[in-house]
Ligand binder design. Structure first.
Ligand SMILES: [Zn+2]
Length: 299
Protein backbone atom coordinates (compact mmCIF):
# COMPACT_ATOMS: atom_id res chain seq x y z
CA UNK A 1 0.00 0.00 0.00
CA UNK A 2 1.22 3.48 -0.86
CA UNK A 3 -0.27 6.60 0.74
CA UNK A 4 0.17 9.78 -1.29
CA UNK A 5 -0.61 13.11 0.37
CA UNK A 6 -2.41 15.46 -2.00
CA UNK A 7 -2.29 19.17 -1.14
CA UNK A 8 -5.41 21.16 -1.93
CA UNK A 9 -3.45 24.43 -1.87
CA UNK A 10 -6.37 26.07 -0.12
CA UNK A 11 -5.13 29.70 -0.21
CA UNK A 12 -1.83 28.56 1.30
CA UNK A 13 0.03 25.28 0.91
CA UNK A 14 -0.29 22.49 3.49
CA UNK A 15 -3.68 23.34 4.97
CA UNK A 16 -6.03 20.69 3.57
CA UNK A 17 -5.02 17.19 2.52
CA UNK A 18 -6.64 14.29 0.74
CA UNK A 19 -4.87 10.95 0.86
CA UNK A 20 -4.68 8.88 -2.29
CA UNK A 21 -4.18 5.26 -1.30
CA UNK A 22 -2.78 2.95 -3.93
CA UNK A 23 -2.50 -0.84 -4.09
CA UNK A 24 -2.07 -3.25 -7.01
CA UNK A 25 -5.85 -3.60 -7.02
CA UNK A 26 -6.80 0.05 -7.34
CA UNK A 27 -7.15 3.42 -5.66
CA UNK A 28 -9.20 4.95 -2.88
CA UNK A 29 -9.25 8.49 -1.57
CA UNK A 30 -9.52 9.70 2.03
CA UNK A 31 -11.39 13.04 2.03
CA UNK A 32 -12.70 14.80 -1.05
CA UNK A 33 -11.75 18.30 0.14
CA UNK A 34 -13.48 21.48 -0.98
CA UNK A 35 -14.83 21.87 -4.49
CA UNK A 36 -12.93 25.14 -5.00
CA UNK A 37 -9.60 23.28 -4.97
CA UNK A 38 -10.74 20.26 -6.99
CA UNK A 39 -8.57 21.19 -10.06
CA UNK A 40 -5.46 21.00 -7.83
CA UNK A 41 -6.36 17.48 -6.75
CA UNK A 42 -7.14 16.38 -10.30
CA UNK A 43 -3.70 17.60 -11.39
CA UNK A 44 -1.92 15.71 -8.60
CA UNK A 45 -3.84 12.49 -9.25
CA UNK A 46 -2.73 12.77 -12.88
CA UNK A 47 0.88 13.46 -11.87
CA UNK A 48 0.84 10.08 -10.12
CA UNK A 49 -0.18 8.60 -13.47
CA UNK A 50 -3.88 8.04 -12.73
CA UNK A 51 -7.22 9.35 -13.94
CA UNK A 52 -9.97 10.50 -11.59
CA UNK A 53 -12.10 7.63 -12.86
CA UNK A 54 -9.48 5.18 -11.47
CA UNK A 55 -10.57 6.11 -7.92
CA UNK A 56 -12.87 3.34 -6.68
CA UNK A 57 -14.12 5.04 -3.55
CA UNK A 58 -13.90 8.17 -1.45
CA UNK A 59 -14.12 7.92 2.34
CA UNK A 60 -15.36 11.10 4.04
CA UNK A 61 -14.61 11.67 7.72
CA UNK A 62 -17.48 14.16 7.89
CA UNK A 63 -19.43 16.49 5.68
CA UNK A 64 -17.97 19.90 6.49
CA UNK A 65 -17.22 21.67 3.21
CA UNK A 66 -13.44 21.45 3.57
CA UNK A 67 -13.75 17.64 3.71
CA UNK A 68 -16.74 16.74 1.55
CA UNK A 69 -17.42 19.70 -0.76
CA UNK A 70 -16.01 17.98 -3.86
CA UNK A 71 -17.47 14.51 -3.15
CA UNK A 72 -20.03 14.97 -5.95
CA UNK A 73 -17.21 15.45 -8.50
CA UNK A 74 -15.69 12.07 -7.59
CA UNK A 75 -19.15 10.45 -7.62
CA UNK A 76 -19.58 11.83 -11.15
CA UNK A 77 -16.36 10.02 -12.07
CA UNK A 78 -17.81 6.74 -10.76
CA UNK A 79 -16.43 6.59 -7.21
CA UNK A 80 -18.58 5.26 -4.40
CA UNK A 81 -18.85 7.70 -1.50
CA UNK A 82 -18.58 6.33 2.05
CA UNK A 83 -19.91 8.47 4.87
CA UNK A 84 -21.45 8.50 8.36
CA UNK A 85 -25.19 7.67 8.32
CA UNK A 86 -25.96 11.18 9.66
CA UNK A 87 -24.05 12.73 6.77
CA UNK A 88 -25.72 10.81 3.95
CA UNK A 89 -28.84 12.97 3.65
CA UNK A 90 -26.70 16.12 3.30
CA UNK A 91 -24.85 14.62 0.36
CA UNK A 92 -28.14 13.69 -1.32
CA UNK A 93 -29.52 17.16 -0.66
CA UNK A 94 -26.83 19.67 0.36
CA UNK A 95 -29.23 22.66 0.51
CA UNK A 96 -29.46 22.81 4.33
CA UNK A 97 -25.72 22.42 4.73
CA UNK A 98 -25.08 25.19 2.21
CA UNK A 99 -27.67 27.46 3.78
CA UNK A 100 -26.05 27.26 7.21
CA UNK A 101 -22.56 27.70 5.72
CA UNK A 102 -23.77 30.78 3.86
CA UNK A 103 -24.75 32.36 7.17
CA UNK A 104 -21.10 32.16 8.24
CA UNK A 105 -19.27 32.81 4.96
CA UNK A 106 -21.79 35.16 3.30
CA UNK A 107 -20.62 36.45 -0.10
CA UNK A 108 -17.29 34.63 0.26
CA UNK A 109 -19.13 31.32 0.03
CA UNK A 110 -18.45 30.63 -3.67
CA UNK A 111 -14.84 31.75 -3.77
CA UNK A 112 -14.03 29.79 -0.61
CA UNK A 113 -15.91 26.57 -1.25
CA UNK A 114 -17.13 26.42 -4.84
CA UNK A 115 -20.21 24.34 -5.60
CA UNK A 116 -21.77 21.38 -3.85
CA UNK A 117 -24.18 19.41 -6.01
CA UNK A 118 -26.46 16.59 -4.92
CA UNK A 119 -25.17 13.01 -5.21
CA UNK A 120 -27.39 10.15 -6.29
CA UNK A 121 -28.24 8.09 -3.20
CA UNK A 122 -27.19 4.84 -4.97
CA UNK A 123 -23.64 6.13 -5.07
CA UNK A 124 -23.49 6.83 -1.32
CA UNK A 125 -22.86 4.16 1.27
CA UNK A 126 -23.61 4.93 4.93
CA UNK A 127 -21.20 2.91 7.04
CA UNK A 128 -22.13 1.37 10.36
CA UNK A 129 -19.89 1.98 13.34
CA UNK A 130 -16.95 -0.49 13.27
CA UNK A 131 -17.95 -1.70 9.83
CA UNK A 132 -15.02 -3.01 7.83
CA UNK A 133 -14.99 -2.46 4.08
CA UNK A 134 -12.87 -4.80 1.98
CA UNK A 135 -11.65 -2.72 -0.90
CA UNK A 136 -8.58 -2.77 -3.22
CA UNK A 137 -7.12 -5.51 -1.02
CA UNK A 138 -7.39 -3.39 2.14
CA UNK A 139 -9.65 -3.42 5.17
CA UNK A 140 -10.96 0.04 5.94
CA UNK A 141 -12.50 0.22 9.41
CA UNK A 142 -14.95 2.99 10.37
CA UNK A 143 -14.94 4.41 13.91
CA UNK A 144 -17.74 6.64 15.06
CA UNK A 145 -16.01 9.63 16.64
CA UNK A 146 -18.25 12.57 17.61
CA UNK A 147 -17.03 15.68 19.41
CA UNK A 148 -16.05 17.93 16.51
CA UNK A 149 -19.18 16.91 14.60
CA UNK A 150 -21.93 14.40 15.38
CA UNK A 151 -21.48 12.81 11.97
CA UNK A 152 -17.76 12.08 12.17
CA UNK A 153 -15.87 8.87 11.44
CA UNK A 154 -12.17 8.18 11.72
CA UNK A 155 -10.87 5.40 9.48
CA UNK A 156 -8.23 2.87 10.31
CA UNK A 157 -6.30 0.81 7.82
CA UNK A 158 -3.90 -1.46 9.71
CA UNK A 159 -1.58 0.76 11.71
CA UNK A 160 -2.65 3.92 9.89
CA UNK A 161 -5.32 6.22 11.31
CA UNK A 162 -7.12 8.82 9.18
CA UNK A 163 -8.46 11.06 11.87
CA UNK A 164 -10.33 13.83 10.01
CA UNK A 165 -10.84 16.66 12.51
CA UNK A 166 -11.52 14.73 15.71
CA UNK A 167 -7.81 14.05 16.22
CA UNK A 168 -7.00 17.74 15.85
CA UNK A 169 -4.88 19.57 13.31
CA UNK A 170 -1.17 20.11 13.14
CA UNK A 171 0.82 21.93 10.49
CA UNK A 172 4.46 20.91 10.20
CA UNK A 173 5.76 20.62 13.77
CA UNK A 174 3.34 23.13 15.29
CA UNK A 175 0.94 22.35 18.15
CA UNK A 176 -1.95 19.89 17.76
CA UNK A 177 -5.16 21.90 18.04
CA UNK A 178 -8.74 20.68 18.24
CA UNK A 179 -10.86 22.62 15.71
CA UNK A 180 -14.01 23.82 17.47
CA UNK A 181 -16.45 25.48 15.06
CA UNK A 182 -20.17 25.59 15.92
CA UNK A 183 -22.63 23.94 16.29
CA UNK A 184 -21.75 20.33 17.29
CA UNK A 185 -18.86 20.75 19.73
CA UNK A 186 -19.21 18.28 22.59
CA UNK A 187 -16.22 17.98 24.92
CA UNK A 188 -17.33 14.77 26.67
CA UNK A 189 -18.08 13.02 23.38
CA UNK A 190 -14.80 14.30 21.98
CA UNK A 191 -12.86 12.85 24.92
CA UNK A 192 -14.57 9.46 24.52
CA UNK A 193 -13.72 9.53 20.82
CA UNK A 194 -10.07 10.25 21.63
CA UNK A 195 -10.05 7.37 24.17
CA UNK A 196 -11.51 5.11 21.55
CA UNK A 197 -8.98 6.06 18.88
CA UNK A 198 -6.10 5.79 21.37
CA UNK A 199 -7.23 2.22 22.19
CA UNK A 200 -6.64 1.31 18.53
CA UNK A 201 -2.92 1.93 19.14
CA UNK A 202 -2.20 2.99 15.59
CA UNK A 203 1.35 3.87 14.75
CA UNK A 204 0.73 6.61 12.21
CA UNK A 205 -1.81 9.41 12.07
CA UNK A 206 -2.99 11.36 9.03
CA UNK A 207 -5.05 14.41 10.04
CA UNK A 208 -6.78 16.19 7.17
CA UNK A 209 -5.11 19.43 8.29
CA UNK A 210 -2.35 18.66 7.38
CA UNK A 211 -0.43 15.58 6.37
CA UNK A 212 1.05 12.57 8.14
CA UNK A 213 2.36 13.66 11.53
CA UNK A 214 5.87 12.94 12.73
CA UNK A 215 4.23 12.16 16.08
CA UNK A 216 2.89 8.68 16.67
CA UNK A 217 -0.89 8.48 16.67
CA UNK A 218 -1.41 8.26 20.43
CA UNK A 219 0.93 11.14 21.28
CA UNK A 220 -0.85 13.23 18.66
CA UNK A 221 -4.28 12.41 20.10
CA UNK A 222 -3.13 13.19 23.66
CA UNK A 223 -1.81 16.58 22.53
CA UNK A 224 -5.17 17.23 20.94
CA UNK A 225 -6.95 16.38 24.20
CA UNK A 226 -4.67 18.59 26.27
CA UNK A 227 -5.14 21.63 24.03
CA UNK A 228 -8.87 21.04 23.65
CA UNK A 229 -9.32 21.05 27.43
CA UNK A 230 -7.09 24.10 27.82
CA UNK A 231 -8.94 26.23 25.25
CA UNK A 232 -12.30 24.98 26.51
CA UNK A 233 -11.59 25.98 30.10
CA UNK A 234 -10.22 29.34 28.92
CA UNK A 235 -13.44 29.93 27.00
CA UNK A 236 -15.50 29.22 30.10
CA UNK A 237 -13.30 31.61 32.05
CA UNK A 238 -13.58 34.52 29.59
CA UNK A 239 -17.34 34.02 29.33
CA UNK A 240 -17.75 34.21 33.11
CA UNK A 241 -15.48 37.26 33.40
CA UNK A 242 -16.80 39.24 30.42
CA UNK A 243 -19.71 41.62 30.46
CA UNK A 244 -20.36 41.57 26.72
CA UNK A 245 -20.03 39.23 23.79
CA UNK A 246 -17.40 41.44 22.19
CA UNK A 247 -15.34 41.51 25.37
CA UNK A 248 -15.42 37.68 25.54
CA UNK A 249 -14.39 37.41 21.87
CA UNK A 250 -11.53 39.86 22.42
CA UNK A 251 -10.35 38.11 25.58
CA UNK A 252 -10.42 34.72 23.87
CA UNK A 253 -8.41 36.12 21.00
CA UNK A 254 -5.72 37.28 23.44
CA UNK A 255 -5.57 33.80 25.01
CA UNK A 256 -5.62 32.05 21.62
CA UNK A 257 -2.90 34.26 20.11
CA UNK A 258 -0.69 33.84 23.18
CA UNK A 259 -1.17 30.08 22.98
CA UNK A 260 -0.17 30.05 19.30
CA UNK A 261 2.79 32.37 19.77
CA UNK A 262 4.05 30.33 22.75
CA UNK A 263 4.22 27.32 20.43
CA UNK A 264 5.05 28.87 17.06
CA UNK A 265 8.03 31.08 16.30
CA UNK A 266 7.80 31.08 12.51
CA UNK A 267 5.58 33.86 11.03
CA UNK A 268 4.50 31.90 7.95
CA UNK A 269 3.50 28.90 10.09
CA UNK A 270 1.48 31.22 12.32
CA UNK A 271 -0.30 32.49 9.21
CA UNK A 272 -1.19 28.93 8.20
CA UNK A 273 -2.57 28.21 11.67
CA UNK A 274 -4.73 31.33 11.61
CA UNK A 275 -6.03 30.48 8.14
CA UNK A 276 -7.12 26.97 9.06
CA UNK A 277 -8.30 27.69 12.62
CA UNK A 278 -9.18 31.36 13.10
CA UNK A 279 -9.69 32.54 16.67
CA UNK A 280 -13.30 33.57 16.16
CA UNK A 281 -14.27 30.23 14.56
CA UNK A 282 -12.80 28.27 17.45
CA UNK A 283 -14.34 30.58 20.04
CA UNK A 284 -17.79 30.37 18.47
CA UNK A 285 -18.12 26.60 18.91
CA UNK A 286 -16.76 26.54 22.45
CA UNK A 287 -18.73 29.62 23.51
CA UNK A 288 -21.96 28.08 22.18
CA UNK A 289 -21.31 25.04 24.34
CA UNK A 290 -20.35 26.86 27.55
CA UNK A 291 -23.10 29.46 27.33
CA UNK A 292 -25.62 26.64 27.13
CA UNK A 293 -23.99 24.82 30.07
CA UNK A 294 -23.84 27.98 32.20
CA UNK A 295 -27.37 29.04 31.23
CA UNK A 296 -25.98 32.41 30.16
CA UNK A 297 -26.28 34.58 27.12
CA UNK A 298 -23.87 37.32 26.12
CA UNK A 299 -25.17 40.55 24.69
ZN1 LIG B 1 -14.75 19.80 10.34
Amino acid sequence: MKIHTLDHHFHLPELIASYLIETDEGLILMEAGPDSTFPNIKKQVELYGFKLSDINAVFLTHIHLDHAGAAWRFANEGAKIYVHPRGKKHLIDPSRLLKSAKKIYKDQMDSLWGEMRPIDSDLIYALKDEEVIDIIGLQVEAHDSPGHAYHHYAYRIGEHLFSGDVGGYQIKTGPVIAPTPPPDIDIEAWQSSLDRLIALECKHIYPTHYGKSILNANDFLEHCRQNLLFLSSKTEEVIIQSTSKQEAIDQFEIVFMKFLKDHIQDESLLKQYLQIGPSLGNFAGLAFLHLKKLGLSLI
